[in-house]
Design a protein around this ligand. Sequence first.
Ligand code: GSH
Length: 213
Amino acid sequence: MTTVYGVQLSPFSRKVILALEAKDVAFEVNPVTPFEKPEGFEKISPLRKIPAFEDDQITIADSTVICEYLEQRYPQNPLYPQNMVARARARWFEEYSDTAVLGVIGPIFFERLVKKVMLQQTPDEARVSQIIEDELPPVFDYLESQLGETGFLVTDTLTVADLALGSHLTNALYSGVEVDAVRWPKLATYTGRLLATELFANRIAADKALMAG
Ligand SMILES: N[C@@H](CCC(=O)N[C@@H](CS)C(=O)NCC(=O)O)C(=O)O
């Protein structure tokens, strides 16, 4: 069975899950959290990070590597543009999302969801405010400067860049971080449009069911 080792609230695991769902590939999730990794997990994920992936052909880790493999193995509903420039831009925005956007949303998600809701600890709201006021604006400014009025991040259809960015924006939503539509109008519109797609809406519904349970 095609298996994702990870948890659906992890942004990197979500990127892989979204890619599988976009391509209509059946899979199961073997739950491995960043806090509790089974003994021997390094055999599946040598860096001991989630997600890892296994099917009848390969056992491999890292969301970027897994998504590229999925694209070649399951070419239907492509997530990488054929055009050379658009493809490079999609890869770039995937990288930017997984580094810079994660860098600001990740710690807020950790404080407000992981610490507060999962670990029943007091979130460091001073740290959250400092990120929202100082660290997040340059990241959103850059995204605003790159987005068009319509379509998705790189083209008119979803690419891996949208799966990566959308995955972090989903965790922003769960963390109470809204994109200010006055300051970042294109990013706010894009976020609304992306998270309303069937692909993201179904994933968000699944996350909400998990968090409610
Ligand atoms: N570049 C990796 C990053 C994966 C990553 O950082 N995963 C986090 C959870 S979202 C993790 O496993 N952290 C646990 C650790 O570093 O020990 C990818 O794209 O899959």
